[in-house]
Ligand binder design. Structure first.
Ligand code: ADP
Ligand code: ADP
Ligand code: ZN
Length: 216
C-alpha cells in the first residue's frame, strides 16, 4: 500500500507518517529529511539545497525528482511507502505519476490534512525532535512523559530545525499555498483525494486516517 499525505508545514505529516509506518509496516519517505541529510553530509545536492531551505523556498523540481526516483527504487519501498513532503508542485506530481506507472505501482490513498495557517506557526516554532530516534515532539502539544527524556528510545538529546522560526514558516506557508496547494486539484481531478481534519488532536487524527485507510 502506498500513501500520500498532503498539508502545509506543521499539518502533522511527519507525526502521522511515523504512526502509520508502525501500524501498517510502511516506510516513510520524507523529502525534507532526505534533504537535511544531504545538507549534513555536504553532498552536491546538499550544497545546492542549503540556502534555499533556510529561506523556506522550494528546492528545484529536477533535483527532488532525481532524489525520490532513486529512493523509491530501494528494496525497503517494495512493501509500501508513505510520501511526506513530496510532491510539492504540479510538475513533481506529474513526475511521480509517470514514475509509479513505470513501475506498475499506484497511490492507494491521497489524503489532505486540512488545517488553519495561524495554528501552524505555533506548531512549527514549538517543534523539536529526538536526535537518536527521530521521534517528534512539541513544547506544548506533545511533551515526553519525562521531561528531557525521549519516550521511544530514552535519548536525552533533542534538536530543532534551523528553518523552524516564525519568519521562515510564513514563507513556507506562502510556498505551500502558491506552489503546493495546486496538487490538491490535480488529485481531486483524478478522483483520489480524501481529507481529514488536521486540527483535531494527534490521536484523533490518527484514528481518522486509519478510518480512511482501513485494515492493513
Ligand atoms: P509536518 O511534518 O506536517 O510539518 P509535524 O508532524 O512535524 O508536521 O508536526 C508539527 C508539530 O506540531 C510537531 O511538534 C508535532 O508534535 C505537533 N503536532 C502534530 N500534529 C498535531 C496535532 N494534531 N495537534 C497539535 N500538535 C500537533
Ligand atoms: P515541513 O515538514 O515543515 O513541511 P519539510 O521537512 O517537508 O518541511 O521540508 C523542509 C524544506 O525542504 C522545505 O521548506 C523545502 O525547502 C525543502 N523541500 C522538502 N521537500 C521538498 C520538495 N518535495 N520540493 C521542493 N523542496 C522541498
Ligand atoms: Zn528517541
Amino acid at each position: 500500500m502506498n500513501l500520500l499525505l498532503i498539508g502545509p508545514p506543521g499539518a502533522g505529516k511527519g507525526t502521522q507518517s511515523k504512526r502509520l509506518e508502525d501500524a501498517y509496516g510502511l516506510v516513510q519517505l520524507s523529502t525534507g529529511d532526505m534533504l537535511r541529510a544531504a545538507v549534513a553530509s555536504g553532498s552536491e545536492l546538499g550544497r545546492k539545497a542549503k540556502a534555499i531551505m533556510e529561506r523556506g523556498d522550494l528546492v528545484p523540481d529536477d533535483l527532488i525528482i532525481d532524489m525520490i526516483a532513486a529512493r523509491i527504487d530501494q528494496d525497503d519501498c517494495a512493501k509500501g511507502f508513505i510520501l511526506d513532503g513530496f510532491p510539492r508542485t504540479v510538475p513533481q506530481a506529474e513526475a511521480l505519476s509517470a514514475m509509479l506507472a513505470d513501475k506498475g505501482l499506484r497511490l492507494d490513498h491521497v489524503i489532505e490534512l486540512a488545517v488553519d495557517d495561524e495554528a501552524m506557526v505555533k506548531r512549527i516554532t514549538g517543534r523539536y525532535t529526538c536526535v537518536t530516534c527521530g521521534q517528534g515532539y512539541h513544547d506544548e502539544f506533545q511533551k515526553p512523559a519525562r521531561d528531557g527524556v525521549c519516550d521511544k528510545c530514552g535519548g536525552t538529546e533533542f534538536t530543532r530545525r534551523a528553518d523552524d522560526n516564525e519568519e521562515t514558516v510564513r514563507n513556507r506557508l506562502d510556498a505551500y499555498h502558491g506552489q503546493t496547494a495546486p496538487i490538491l486539484a490535480y488529485y481531486k481531478n483524478q478522483g483520489v483525494l480524501k481529507g481529514v481534519d488536521g486540527m483535531a488532536d494527534i490521536d484523533a487524527v490518527t484514528a481518522q486516517l486509519k478510518g480512511v485507510i482501513g485494515q492493513a
